[in-house]
Write a protein that binds this ligand. Structure first.
Ligand code: MN
Length: 374
């Protein structure tokens, strides 16, 4: 069944462009396999025209024979596209700036030059049977009339979709929605979102794009990427599957494993409060919350931990209540009464403040045994 919305992962390209991040080739292979196991539709594997190890690993990823289509990223330059063809990829992402600020200051060219170079590169890729995403770099700061013209000429050259890049992450969801809607209404072209997180709205902007009709969502694992990063794969996929209940068939149970692996390979530790996959997402300490969770998990959890490969934990500390103490002691085989739990809790609070942290299970058991003179 054809998915209504497809996920395009760019961790191995934009993610690796994060300052200071380099993936070893075996890490790239493993990340590609995990992405494929999750069911990601397209994997942007790297930049073939860099040559050397980069080109070699892209070929190796192609040779894995994954279900996902493999994309090679390139500039709108025929020799770049040729390097993608050499690797045997399924698709080319052909990128060129469309905003005047980029055209004048970076490229030092004019709009006409952009259109003709883009068209040449796209035509060359199509002649070589590649699926083509034509990427409008800095689309969000591009004059809309010019962006529409760019999309139309791209489509005439054979492009299959346009990547709408919020390259410096300056959109908010409402503006993103309006812009993507305008672009689709004017061109009828399939749109991919590519949103950066400079104002913390990358995921929200990607989803706003989908609401406006974009059918491809560009993401990276853990939101890795240039500067503040990109829309996060795990946040976007869980929104599609859980909040929007789209039943697209992505295997979300692998998300924690994928995030952990990319965190390790990139040397960027996963924050404990990272949405969807952080270690603390299913940890409960405060008395009212822990009590609610023990009675019915849905009281304070938006989804089940096993949906993303996490586990639930009740934490004993300063803000704990007696119900959690009772439950935690019972978990370790110590059945006790409410009055005892209250007394143990007083000591737990004191210790927690003294140590400025929650207690380990073994520390709680020690407090209990001491109180009971066991
Ligand atoms: Mn980017």
């Amino acid at each position: 069944m054809e998915r209504k919305i497809k996920v395009v992962d760019v961790t191995l390209r934009d993610g690796e462009q994060t300052a200071g991040v380099v993936f070893a080739n075996p890490e790239k292979i493993r990340i590609a396999k995990l992405l494929d196991a999750v069911g990601v539709d397209q994997i942007e594997a790297g930049i073939p025209t860099m040559g050397g190890d980069e080109k070699e690993v892209i070929k190796q990823i192609v040779d894995l024979g994954l279900k996902a289509d493999i994309i090679g990223w390139s500039r709108a330059v025929v020799s770049d596209v040729q390097a993608s063809i050499d690797c045997g990829v399924d698709a080319a992402a052909i990128s060129i700036s469309t905003s005047d600020i980029h055209i004048k200051n970076k490229l030092k060219k004019d709009r006409q030059w952009v259109l003709s170079n883009m068209a040449k590169a796209v035509e060359f890729a199509k002649k070589n049977q590649l699926y083509v995403s034509v990427n409008a770099e800095d689309a969000s700061r591009t004059d809309m009339d010019f962006l529409i013209e760019f999309a139309r000429i791209g489509r005439e050259a054979g492009a299959d979709r346009i990547r709408y890049c919020d390259t410096v992450g300056v959109l908010d969801p409402l503006t993103m929605y309006d812009n993507v809607k305008t672009l689709i209404e004017a061109t009828g072209m399939a749109v991919e979102t590519h949103t950066h997180n400079d104002f913390g709205m990358a995921t929200a902007n990607a989803l706003a794009g989908a609401k406006a009709g974009a059918t491809y969502m560009g993401v990276t694992v853990n939101g890795l990427g240039e500067r503040a990063g990109n829309a996060s794969l795990e946040e976007v996929i869980m929104t599609l599957e859980q909040l929007w209940d789209m039943k697209l068939g992505y295997d979300t149970t692998l998300l924690k494993q994928l995030s952990e692996y990319v965190a390790k390979a990139s040397g960027r530790q996963l924050p404990v409060n990272k949405a969807i996959v952080g270690d603390n997402v299913f940890k409960h300490e405060s008395g009212i919350h822990a009590d609610g969770i023990l009675k019915c998990a849905a009281t304070y959890e938006a989804f089940l931990p096993e949906q993303v490969g996490l586990t639930r934990g009740i934490i004993i500390g300063k803000h704990s209540g007696s119900h959690a103490v009772l439950a935690k002691l019972a978990e370790h085989g110590y059945e006790t009464d409410h009055d005892t739990a209250e007394q143990v809790l007083k000591r737990v609070r004191h210790m927690s403040i003294e140590m400025k942290r929650s207690l380990l299970d073994t520390e709680l058991i020690d407090v209990y045994k001491e109180y009971m003179k066991l």
